[in-house]
Structures are given as C-alpha cells and as structure tokens.
Design a protein around this ligand. Structure first.
Ligand code: SF4
Ligand code: SF4
Length: 223
C-alpha cells in the first residue's frame, strides 16, 4: 500500500489561513489503513483546526467527508454536489489522489494534509516499512524477493559493494546489507546462480509520469 504521514499541524493551518469554509476529504483505502488520512483522521484534524482557529479569533467552517478512493473516478462523482459549497479542499489522500481531485475540480484550491512517503508493508498496527520504489523493471525474481532498489543504501542491482561487512551495510551496523540478505535467501533456496546474472543499467522509467493499461482494456475517454 501507499504509506503517508500527516503533515505538521502548523503547516496545514498556514495553508488554510485565507479560507473560511473548507472541506476536509479523507480517502478510505491506503491512507486509511496506515492511519494517516481515513475517516477518523479527518475528524481528528477538523477538531484540531476548529479549536486552533477559534483561539485565533478566525473561525473556520469545516466539512468532513471520506470517499472510498480519491485516485479512482468511480468514487469521485459523489463529490460533484458537495465541493461547490466550499472555498477550498484539504485532501488527506496520497499525492496521486490529491492530484486527481485537483484535476477534477480545477477552479477550487486543493491542499495536501499528508506527505506521501512510500510503497510499503504493515509490520504491525502503526508500523510501516518501505518495500518498493516502483522502478518499473522489477528484479525480485533474481534477488530472492528482496528489493535492491529500496533495501540497498546505494540501490545497487549488481551487489554487494565493497562496503558490505558481516551482514551489515557500510552506512551503519544497524542497517542490514541488502545483498547479504539476498545471498542468504538465494542460498537457502539453492538458487545462488541468480547472483551471477548481470542486471543491465536501469532505464529509469520512474522519472516521468507512467500509464498502465492492462491487456484487454483500452485508454478510456477523459471525463
Ligand atoms: S525492483 Fe524493487 S523498486 Fe523495482 S518494482 Fe521490484 S520491488 Fe519495486
Ligand atoms: S553494503 Fe550492501 S546494502 Fe550497503 S550499499 Fe553496499 S551492497 Fe548496498
């Protein structure tokens, strides 16, 4: 899932300082699961904003709503009848959801309430770890299911480097060497020959916006 963190409160408050009526919009998928931007977080943020603005003698009228996904047109149409009542929208979705929202309602200022952080996993409640940087050319088949882009400090596709030291990365003894982990995983699976495959220099496809259209589908008309 996409993992995000709420922005510092003062940053959010400053973004809204010129507005008197704002809709705080949550997203019910990734950011809700990672406790950053779902229905509960919308209510908590609105309560904080309400109190802070009252203390400033500059009251703010706040609406609260959460859609299933802010990155999916299907779930956005319900907003058509709501957004016109507000001067601005404070989105608690990831960066993709915020942009989709801003694109759908170009006349209304849209502000981010969270910082989108990474694609990661949920270790336990409230603890998330990065696992993928969406490089566009997945090599997990060669690396025993361990991502060298995310887990290696240098993002090496053909590691380890000379800094590997008894299982730790040269940047810190607390940081495991990804390529040591890859070696151990492949050894346990009897697949050490995979270490010998040379991965060519990366064609960094994640430097420009990408589009995925699954087989059997065609590019939809923009609505
Ligand atoms: S190699 Fe790593 S960054 Fe690239 S797609 Fe696979 S998991 Fe993601
Ligand atoms: S020591 Fe290991 S994890 Fe650290 S940069 Fe070198 S190969 Fe990557």
């Amino acid at each position: 899932m996409i993992v995000a963190q709420r922005k510092p409160f003062e940053e959010i408050k400053t973004m809204l300082k010129n507005y008197k009526k704002v809709l705080t919009l949550g997203c019910g998928t990734c950011v809700a699961v990672c406790l950053a931007g779902g229905e509960k977080e919308v209510d908590v943020l609105n309560a904080e904003l309400d109190m802070a603005r009252k203390l400033d003698n500059n009251p703010l009228e706040l609406g609260a709503f959460t859609v299933e996904r802010q990155c999916d047109r299907e779930y956005m149409d319900v907003l058509d009848s709501k957004v016109g009542e507000y001067e601005a929208i404070l989105s608690m979705a990831c960066g993709a959801g915020i942009q989709f929202l801003a694109e759908k309602y170009p006349k209304i200022p849209v502000f981010p309430a969270v910082d989108t952080t990474f694609i990661g996993v949920n270790q336990t409640v409230g603890w998330y770890e990065e696992r993928c940087r969406s490089c566009g050319s997945c090599v997990l088949g060669l690396t025993g299911g361990i991502c060298p882009v995310t887990m290696c400090s240098k993002g090496l596709y053909n590691g380890p480097c000379g800094g590997t030291n008894k299982g730790a990365c040269e940047i810190s003894n607390d940081q495991p060497c990804a390529w040591y982990l890859i070696y151990e995983r492949l050894k346990g699976q009897g697949r050490l020959d995979s270490m010998m495959a040379i991965v060519p220099p990366q064609d960094w496809k994640n430097q420009v916006p990408r589009t995925v259209i699954q087989p059997g589908y065609k590019k939809p008309e923009k609505g």
